[in-house]
Design a protein around this ligand. Structure first.
Ligand SMILES: [Zn+2]
Ligand SMILES: [Zn+2]
Length: 257
């Protein structure tokens, strides 16, 4: 059995065949999916999925690219209320994105810091989105004492050194499609170095499909392809790798089933 710790199955890209996508995941042995609601539109659609399917959990938070749209006080209170829902297992995805130039850095920083503070107050793990912002991510996580709650560095794209700093702050390192790409030297190197008991797997579906589906729509069933790569890098069987990463996910997110 496998966990997809990061998916966006509420995306309109699944509007025509969402049921089939979800049954294919179950058939492929994915028994738990964490769907991520990250702004005003996707938080309600994520909650709807989590309420409909017993094996789908929710993470809710405000994405850095949408930081400019957040009504800070009001939306923090909204996220706080949702965190009382039994299917909400984390706050996220939150973080910094210096690639897409949609929200100014200072606003991203405020929104990120406030959500870490909320997570510490509620004792919820956080799911971190980081694009081209490795240094500032580590700095803010440190300054805001994120190690008190820990969480997931989603689709980790940093160096082994950055991974080490995140491990030291109680984070799990999550790998997605990019680690399966032929030219993925650094992600493979990071995976080789991260201890087995701190590795998680994800798809980020519909984005970042693994090899050999690169460039196509991604779906949760493909987390198996990420698992195969991980088993190869770690030199263990797929069964053992699946078992360990599933336990990691349950521990990290305090999943009950
Ligand atoms: Zn992300
Ligand atoms: Zn995502």
């Amino acid at each position: 059995m496998l966990i997809d710790t990061h998916a966006h199955l509420d995306s309109p890209k699944f509007d025509n065949d969402r049921e089939e996508v979800i049954s294919r995941a179950l058939e492929a042995g994915i028994d738990t999916i964490v769907n991520i609601g990250f702004n005003r539109e996707t938080i309600p659609t994520t909650m709807a999925l989590a309420e409909k399917y017993p094996f789908i959990y929710a993470a809710v938070g405000w994405h850095p690219t949408d930081a400019i749209d957040m009504r800070l006080e009001e939306d923090l209170a909204w996220i706080e209320r949702l965190c009382n829902h039994p299917k909400v297992v984390a706050i996220g995805e939150i973080g910094l994105d210096y690639y897409w130039d949609t929200s100014p850095k200072d606003i991203q920083h405020t929104v990120f810091r406030e959500q870490i503070r909320l997570a510490r107050r509620l004792n919820k793990p956080i799911v971190i989105h980081n694009r081209d912002a490795h240094e500032d991510i580590v700095k803010i996580l440190k300054e805001e004492k994120a190690e008190e709650v820990g969480g997931i560095m989603h689709c980790f794209s940093g160096s082994p050194e950055t991974a080490k700093k995140c491990l030291d702050m109680n984070f799990y390192i999550s790998f997605g499609g990019p680690v399966t790409f032929k030219n993925a030297r650094v992600p493979k190197e990071v995976m080789a170095q991260v201890p087995l008991d701190r590795i998680l797997l994800e798809t980020d579906a519909p984005y970042l499909a693994p090899h050999p589906h690169r460039g196509q729509r991604n779906e949760s069933a493909y987390v198996r392809l990420v698992a195969e790569t991980a088993a190869e890098i770690k030199g263990i069987s797929l069964e053992e790798l699946s078992d360990i990463t599933s336990k990691n996910g349950r521990r990290c997110l305090s999943l009950t089933r």
